[in-house]
Write a protein that binds this ligand. Structure first.
Ligand SMILES: Cc1ncc(COP(=O)(O)O)c(C=O)c1O
Length: 391
């Protein structure tokens, strides 16, 4: 029984989302900026989707800007802040951030801004006091994600937002992994911008949204038309936006069931993996219901991923965007995980289509493949077992 267990990388499109999109890939078409009836119909569809996304976040429709990706949404905020600051001053980012913020911060650093990276504790959670300590008089932005794409830990965004507000520093919250798995209400979050992406919660890829607090700045990253109230140039991806709206409406209606279903799968998996001697990471931290992060002593994560793939199971070694890199994930190193353990880690992330039977099959495959890798290791894995691997 093969099973896809890499939903933090991307999720399959919900058939109900696909149904909503199909007319806009077929008989229905129109440019939402056109004033004729085809254009007006497309505009109506885009605005209905905007309402659905806003409702999921507890926001107003006018605060939602559609983009082509979470990466674009995050980059737009970084560019807005940096340009307005004349590329001077500092920004503070958590060391957990996704590459769309990490690389963006690196770009701003090369352009002359100072970047302070705040490491999480060993529990994978950033301490608000550490963010407070990093703030300087010329800090222009703090970026703290709601949920880590790699280890799944939830970050204290509301607390950090409160202290940022006191200091007059705006806060960007990347909520791409949180939306659709746990409640995300922008009022409670307290950030100035929040980002989400369709393909992380059974919507389509290539469409995302940026929530912008009224009065928060947002300048277009792309130059061109006046779409999205002059905040994002380019003809709207109507089918994608409609799909995102449907995915948001479904997530809003089904969130408690989803959280329960995902947590049950994750807990079942973690119990099975623990019985095999896995080291489970960040289990005592507040975290997403769907993500497990673990390592087996003496086993290389990449090798395990490949063997599981051959056996029919998709997992990941860290974030999808970092796969292919031989260096351990910066997130795991920032948490203080030893290099070997970071390299040995895999991420298993469940989605709504996974079943308990798939979890059982994955645990059985894990047992088989870990044992095989240990047999192949120099010394037949004796060294690993002597190091206390168990299982
Ligand atoms: C936390 C987080 N932020 C941003 C992104 C980027 O989103 P997109 O793939 O839509 O560019 C991802 C995707 O991996 C993510 O996990």
């Amino acid at each position: 029984m093969p099973a896809y267990c890499d939903h933090n990388a991307t999720t399959p499109v919900d058939p109900r989302v696909r149904e909503a999109m199909l007319p806009w890939l077929g008989e229905r078409h129109g440019n939402p900026s056109s004033i004729h009836r085809w254009g007006r119909a497309a505009r109506e569809a885009v605005e209905a989707a905007r309402d659905e996304v806003a409702a999921l976040l507890g926001a107003r429709s006018g605060e939602i800007v559609f983009t082509a990706s979470g990466t674009e949404a995050n980059n737009t905020v970084l560019a807005t802040v940096a340009r307005r600051a004349g590329f001077r001053g500092s920004i503070v980012v958590s060391a957990l951030e996704h590459s769309s913020i990490r690389a963006g911060a690196g770009f701003l650093e090369a352009a002359g801004m100072r970047v302070t990276r705040v490491a999480p504790g060993g529990d994978g959670v950033v301490d608000p006091a550490a963010v407070a300590a990093a703030l300087e008089d010329d800090t222009r932005l703090v970026a703290l994600m709601r949920a880590s794409n790699e280890i799944g830990t939830l970050q204290p965004v509301a607390e950090v937002a409160a202290l940022c507000r006191e200091r007059g520093v705006p806060l960007l919250c990347d909520a791409v992994q949180a939306v659709g798995k746990v409640p995300v209400d922008v009022g409670e979050l307290g950030a100035d911008w929040a980002t989400l992406g369709g393909h992380k919660f059974h919507g389509p890829p290539g469409v995302a949204a940026l929530w912008v607090r009224p009065q928060a700045a947002l300048d277009p990253l792309l130059l061109g038309g006046s779409q999205e109230r002059r905040r994002r140039a380019g003809t709207e991806n109507v089918a994608g936006v409609v799909g995102l709206g449907r995915a948001a409406a479904l997530a809003a209606a089904e969130l408690p069931d989803r959280t329960r279903h995902l947590a049950a799968l994750r807990d079942r998996f973690e119990a099975g993996a623990a019985a095999l001697g896995a080291r489970l990471h960040a289990v005592a931290s507040p975290r997403l219901p769907n993500t497990a992060h673990l390592a087996f002593d003496g086993v290389e994560g990449e090798a395990l991923l490949i063997r599981l793939d051959l056996a029919g199971f998709a997992v990941s070694t860290g974030s999808a965007c970092a796969s292919g890199a031989v260096e351990p994930s910066p997130t795991l190193l920032a948490m203080g995980l030893p290099r070997q353990e970071a390299l040995g880690s895999i991420r298993v992330s469940f989605g709504m289509t996974n079943t308990a039977a798939e979890v059982e099959a994955l645990v059985a495959a894990l047992e088989h493949e870990v044992a095989a890798l240990r047999r192949l290791a120099p010394g037949g894995g004796r060294a690993a077992r002597a190091a206390g691997a168990g299982g």
